[in-house]
Design a protein around this ligand. Structure first.
Ligand SMILES: N=C(N)NCCC[C@H](NC(=O)CCC(=O)O)C(=O)O
Length: 457
C-alpha cells in the first residue's frame, strides 16, 4: 500500500501577538513590544498550506485554541464576568494575561509526537500531545490540542491517542520539534530519532541506560533545555517502538545557549536524509554512526560546516527550520523562510547546495514574517503525519486542504481577524467575543465538534 507524509499546519489564531514570553527564543525576546497583525499571520500560513497542496502534497489544517483562555484565568482565581476576569488580570497580572492570550498553538511541530503505523507494535498511528511544561503559555495547550487531534484523527481502527506526559519539568516534552522519523519509504518500518536537551534523572540516580557517558547530561549554561531524555523514552514506550529502531541524541548545550530552543532550529530530516549543522548534537560523530546503522547503512547526511554558516546565522535565518519534502515528481524540495534569502552567507550556501550533487533539488521561499518574529518558521508551523492510503481515507476530510477550504478559510479570516493587536487589546472583552465567534464557526467548517472549553460549559 502506498504511503505519504502529510503536513498539518496550525492555523494562526485571532489573538496572535508578540509578548516576549519565551526566554531562550531570541526572536520572541527581541520582538515582545511590537504590534502584531493576526490577519496577515493567518493568511501567510494559509498561503504556505495551499502552495504545498498545489504541489500535490497532502496538507491538513489544525484549528487554533480558545484565547484569551478564560478557563485558565478562572483556575488562577480571577472572578466575575468574562469582562471582570480580563480587567482584573490586566490590572493585577498583565504577564499572566499575555500568556493566556498567546496564539502559540499555531506552531504544531510542538503539538504532539507522531509515530506512523509501520513503526508501532499495534500497527496504529500514535499521537502523544506535548505537555510543553517549560513555558506557562504553552503548557496550557495540550488538553485542547488532544481534543483537536482526536477530532482530526478520530478513527480508532487506525489512530491511537495518549494523554500528555506528566506536567513536570522531569518529563518536559516539546513534541515533534525534537523528533524526526527517518525511513526508506513512508509506509515501511522507520527509525525514530529523539533529541533531548537534558536528562532529568541523570544526576543523583544511575545514568539512564541510553546516556552513553555521564558527561552527556551536561546542562545548558544560559538558556533552558526544555525537553528531557526521559520524556522521549516515555513517548517511545507509549508508542510501542522497537529499541533498535529508536536513536536518542542530546542537543549540544552550546547551541541551546545560542538560541536553538528546539532541534528543528538546527536540523531537519526526511526519508533517508538528515540536513543539519555540524555543531547540532553532542557527540555528533556517534549520532551519525548510530543513525546510519539503524538505517541499514543507506543514509545521507548533509552537514553544514560552521565556516560556511555559523550557528548564529542558522538561528537568525532559520535555515534548518525548513521543510524537506519529497515531491510527487520525485524531486526533493526545501521550503525556506524569506530570512534565508536576506542572509548572504546562508543564501550562497543554499545556491551551492541546489546546484551541486546534494539530494536537494530546489528551493521555495515563503514570507512568514509574522510567525518568524516569534521564533516560528516553516517547520514549526507543521506537524508531520505519515499515513498509508487506508489512514489517509480515515482522517477527517473537512480538515484536508483543498481549493474550496482555502477559499472558505481566507474568507473566514477576512471576516473575523483584526489586522493589529498591541498588549492593551488583550484585555478588550470585544476581542474575546470576536475570537470565540470565529472559533465556533471554525469548528463547523472543520467539523471538529465542541473542542473548546467555551463550547463545553
Ligand atoms: N521551533 C518550533 N518547533 N516551534 C517554535 C515555537 C516558538 C514559540 N514562541 C513563542 O511561544 C513566543 C510567544 C511570544 O513571545 O509571544 C516558543 O518559544 O515555543
Amino acid at each position: 500500500m502506498k504511503a505519504f507524509e502529510a503536513n498539518f499546519d496550525g492555523l494562526v489564531g485571532p489573538t496572535h501577538n508578540y509578548s516576549g514570553l519565551s526566554f531562550g527564543n531570541v526572536a520572541s525576546q527581541s520582538n515582545g513590544a511590537h504590534a502584531s497583525n493576526p490577519k496577515l499571520a493567518a493568511l501567510q500560513g494559509l498561503q504556505k498550506m495551499k502552495a504545498l497542496h498545489d504541489m500535490g502534497m497532502v496538507q491538513g489544517v489544525l484549528a487554533p485554541q480558545e484565547r484569551p483562555d478564560l478557563f485558565t484565568l478562572r483556575r488562577l482565581g480571577f472572578t466575575g464576568s468574562d469582562a471582570d476576569v480580563l480587567a482584573q488580570a490586566a490590572k493585577e497580572a498583565p504577564r499572566i494575561l499575555a500568556a493566556c492570550c498567546s496564539a502559540s498553538s499555531m506552531w504544531t511541530a510542538n503539538a504532539a509526537t507522531v509515530s506512523p503505523s509501520a513503526d508501532t507494535s499495534d500497527g496504529k498511528v500514535h499521537f502523544t500531545p506535548a505537555n510543553l511544561t517549560n513555558k506557562f503559555h504553552r503548557s496550557i495547550e495540550h488538553e485542547t490540542t488532544g481534543r483537536i487531534l482526536q477530532a482530526t484523527f478520530a478513527d480508532q481502527n487506525y489512530f491511537a491517542h495518549h494523554p500528555a506526559l506528566p506536567g513536570v519539568e522531569h518529563f518536559g516534552d516539546e513534541g515533534a520539534a525534537n523528533h524526526t522519523r527517518f525511513c526508506h519509504g513512508y509506509g515501511e518500518q522507520g527509525v525514530e530519532f529523539f533529541v533531548f536537551g537534558r536528562s532529568a534523572f541523570g544526576s543523583r540516580y544511575p545514568e539512564p541506560k541510553n546516556c552513553p557517558e555521564p558527561k552527556i547530561c551536561l546542562e545548558p549554561k544560559k538558556y533552558p533545555a526544555r525537553h528531557t531524555l526521559e520524556a522521549s523514552q516515555a513517548v517511545a514506550r507509549l508508542h510501542g517502538l522497537s529499541d533498535r529502531h529508536v536513536v536518542y541524541a542530546q542537543q549540544h548545550p552550546d547551541v541551546i545557549d545560542a538560541g536553538v530552543f528546539h532541534n528543528d532550529v538546527i536540523a531537519v530530516g526526511n526519508r533517508d536524509t538528515l540536513f543539519c549543522h555540524e555543531q547540532a548534537f553532542l557527540n555528533q560523530a556517534a549520532v551519525k554512526q548510530q543513525l546510519t546503522e539503524a538505517m541499514g547503512g543507506h543514509f545521507n547526511i548533509i552537514e553544514v560546516p560552521a565556516n560556511h554558516v555559523s550557528v548564529e546565522d542558522a538561528v537568525q535565518s532559520y535555515l534548518f527550520n525548513s521543510q524537506l519534502l519529497s515531491l510527487p515528481n520525485g524531486r526533493t524540495l526545501l521550503v525556506i523562510p524569506e530570512e534565508c534569502k536576506s542572509n548572504e552567507r546562508v543564501w550562497s550556501y543554499l545556491s551551492e547546495l541546489v546546484n551541486g550533487s546534494s539530494p536537494i533539488d530546489e528551493l521555495k521561499v515563503f514570507d512568514l514574517k509574522q510567525s518568524m518574529s516569534n521564533g516560528g518558521g516553516p517547520a514549526c508551523l507543521r506537524l508531520r503525519v505519515a499515513m498509508n492510503e487506508a489512514e489517509l481515507a480515515a482522517f477527517n476530510p473537512a480538515t484536508r486542504m483543498s481549493d474550496k477550504l482555502f477559499t472558505t478559510l481566507n474568507d473566514w479570516v477576512e471576516r473575523h481577524y483584526r489586522d493589529r493587536i498591541v498588549d492593551a487589546d488583550l484585555a478588550d472583552p470585544q476581542l474575546l467575543i470576536e475570537s470565540r465567534t470565529a472559533l465556533d464557526e471554525l469548528t463547523q467548517i472543520l467539523q471538529l465538534g465542541s473542542v473548546y472549553p467555551f463550547q463545553r460549559v
